[in-house]
Structure formats: structure tokens, C-alpha cells
Design a protein around this ligand. Structure first.
Ligand SMILES: [Zn+2]
Length: 162
């Protein structure tokens, strides 16, 4: 299993347990090169998540990729790797709990942005600026407002499902 921090291929397994749903095995691993600890989820084949990219092509869900993106955004920021790991755990769990096996890359991106917003403002802006490629502060503000509005909408139990 490739280390998300240094790319080394060898690690040792510290702990293994199957998830509550019994669909995957969660393993806590330690990189033999840099000593970093990280989680992996090994799925039962037919429950494998697919990511639908912008051009409609598919690729397997890769939590390491999400984590690496978040680590990059949090470079030199006071955010612990444990917090990022936990955020990725929650993001992955969210998508595993939905009935479909496919997830849009834009939905993943927005969840990452939302998480970073809670963790660190600088990391949030860094990630969002790369992700949305907004042109100015005004445009950025509009997107954030829209995102916040949509979230409020989702919380209302009476509103129709989108
Ligand atoms: Zn490593």
C-alpha cells in the first residue's frame, strides 16, 4: 500500500477491523519509511466506489488522492494529519452510505472544501481557488454564499430531495 505522505510501498498493519456494514476492512498502517500512520479501506469487489469525472469518465475511488490534496492545501498550516485523516474517513463513509456506487468528483470536491473550511481558513481558500479557479474575490464570495445557501436548504426536512 503506497504511503500517502512519502510514496513508499512498504508498511506494517497495526490494526484491522471490518466496518459496521461489513462491506470493507479498515486497516491502520504505519509506513516503514517515514513512520506516518494512515488508514486504508479494502472493499469487497462489488461494493467498489466509482468516481465520475467532469468528462464523464470513471475511475476507482481513491481516498489517498483526497488526502494528498488536503495535505497539500494544509502545508505549513496548523492542521494535524490526524484531523485530515478523520475528515477523509468521514467523507468516504458518507459516500459509502449512499445507495449508489457512483459518486461525482464535484461532490467529493465540495465535501473536501467544506471540511477544510471548518479546519483552516487559509487551507480552505487555497484548495477552493485551485478547485474552482475563480477569477476574483467577488466570484469566490458568490460561490461560498451559494454553497452555504444550498447547505441550509438541505437541512430543511420539508424541502424536496434534489
Ligand atoms: Zn511514508
Amino acid at each position: 500500500m503506497k504511503c500517502p505522505y512519502c510514496g513508499h510501498q512498504e508498511d506494517r498493519v497495526l490494526d484491522s477491523r471490518s466496518t459496521k456494514e461489513g462491506e470493507s476492512i479498515k486497516r491502520r498502517r504505519e509506513c516503514l519509511e517515514c513512520g506516518a500512520r494512515f488508514n486504508t479501506f479494502e472493499e469487497i469487489e462489488e461494493r467498489r466506489l466509482q468516481v465520475i469525472k467532469k468528462d464523464e469518465s470513471r475511475e476507482p475511488f481513491d481516498r489517498g488522492k483526497i488526502l494528498r490534496g488536503m495535505i497539500t492545501a494544509c502545508e505549513k498550516r496548523p492542521v494535524s494529519v490526524e484531523d485530515l485523516e478523520q475528515a477523509v474517513d468521514e467523507i468516504e463513509k458518507h459516500f459509502r452510505n449512499q445507495p449508489t456506487r457512483e459518486v461525482r468528483s464535484s461532490d467529493i470536491g465540495e465535501m473536501v472544501i467544506e471540511r477544510l473550511r471548518q479546519l483552516d481558513q487559509v487551507a480552505f481558500v487555497r484548495f477552493a481557488s485551485v478547485y474552482w479557479q475563480f477569477e476574483d474575490v467577488q466570484q469566490f464570495r458568490e460561490i461560498v454564499d451559494r454553497m452555504a445557501a444550498r447547505k441550509r436548504l438541505r437541512r430543511q426536512p420539508s424541502s424536496a430531495e434534489g
